[in-house]
Design a protein around this ligand. Structure first.
Ligand SMILES: Cc1cc2nc3c(=O)[nH]c(=O)nc-3n(C[C@H](O)[C@H](O)[C@H](O)COP(=O)(O)O)c2cc1C
Length: 311
């Protein structure tokens, strides 16, 4: 498959992250080498009934391709409708979220809740694969609901039997949320068990841990989330052992991110950008003082001036 070939060339992928992986972050991650990017999780209801309201979540540019859309929800018929729309929009991959542990999602029987309902998992996968046609379908899941109920292998079997091409495993249980350590052994078990393309995810923080995951688990690709926030450089560091972004490059990238986000979302973009500064300028002298100055500033030109004063 064409998409898998592209990922294999550089098997390091940007994770879907709600509130972060929008058009701008994805574009920058792509420029630094990520071979695949995803939208954040998007509700099947919004895709089917309110796509106007979520235009910005659905927007992507050609430069971000290949790009996956991640869908979550609790209704296999709507998964069918949403996946059809995703195909029409030009996404290269349709990913089903079986991993979100947030209460508000689990309460609606979506996300990680599905670890408790394998019949719904099967129906969701079947509908999505049917609607997707030639576009590959992937799933992203956890190890299970809790330590006593790990069922990632059962879900992998259902996925494989019903036409899924790619599985991402974040090997924590739902009850763990983001606590404790990701259990990479589960990724290894999944790789040994399944013939599908396996993406490992969880606790990769730098070049070394990225290769460590590949080597220790045998997974086909590695997905990076938190460590890429305000640090798209991680992808280039993985590619090139000797590359280290200079302070100047970090600041210039932060400014580029800011300008693009402002262009894309207006004042909302300025507010959203506040989540990134601390990460971009990590390691600079007097970081917290400068960060505080920037995040209370509302004039984009003044923010750029403060950032430029760092170099
Ligand atoms: C702020 C935030 C938002 C997230 N949103 C999503 C999401 O929309 N869909 C999803 O499948 N996972 C989501 N995740 C989970 C990540 O994709 C990833 O599985 C997790 O962070 C572990 O990888 P990491 O250790 O590289 O961060 C989110 C994680 C964070 C920190």
């Amino acid at each position: 498959m064409d998409l898998i070939k592209k990922i294999k060339n550089f098997p390091f992928i940007l994770a879907p992250m709600a509130g972060y992986t929008d058009h701008v972050f994805r574009l920058i991650a792509k420029e630094y080498g990520a071979s695949l990017v995803f939208t954040e999780m998007i509700s099947i209801y919004s895709v089917v009934y309110q796509s106007k309201k979520i235009e910005k979540l659905l927007y992507f540019s050609k430069k971000e391709k290949p790009i996956g859309i991640q869908l979550f929800g609790n209704n296999s018929l709507l998964f069918y409708e949403a996946a059809k729309k995703a195909v029409d929009m030009g996404f290269d991959l349709i990913d089903i979220n079986f991993g979100c542990p947030a209460n508000k999602v689990v309460k609606t029987k979506a996300g990680a809740y599905l670890h408790k309902d394998l019949k719904a998992v099967e129906e969701t996968i079947k509908s999505t694969v049917k609607a997707a046609g030639k576009i590959p379908v992937s799933i992203k899941m956890r190890s299970g609901w809790d330590e006593k109920n790990k069922n990632f292998l059962e879900i992998a079997r259902i996925a494989e039997d019903n036409g899924v091409k790619i599985i991402t495993l974040h090997p924590r249980t739902r009850l763990q949320m983001f606590k404790g350590k990701a259990n990479w052994d589960d990724i290894k078990k999944l790789k040994e068990y399944s013939r599908l393309f396996i993406i490992g995810n969880g606790d990769v923080v730098d070049r070394n841990s990225a290769y460590k995951m590949l080597n220790e688990t045998g997974c086909d690709a590695v997905m990076i989330g938190r460590a890429a926030i305000g640090n798209p450089f991680i992808f280039k560091q993985i590619k090139n052992k000797n590359y280290e972004p200079s302070f100047k490059e970090k600041v210039e990238t932060a400014i580029k991110h800011l300008k693009l986000l402002y262009k894309f979302k207006g004042n909302r973009g300025l507010l959203e950008m506040r989540k990134y500064y601390g990460k971009y300028i990590k390691g600079f002298p007097n970081v917290s003082e400068i960060r505080n100055k920037i995040i209370t500033e509302t004039d984009i030109n003044k923010i750029i001036k403060i950032l430029k004063s760092l170099i």
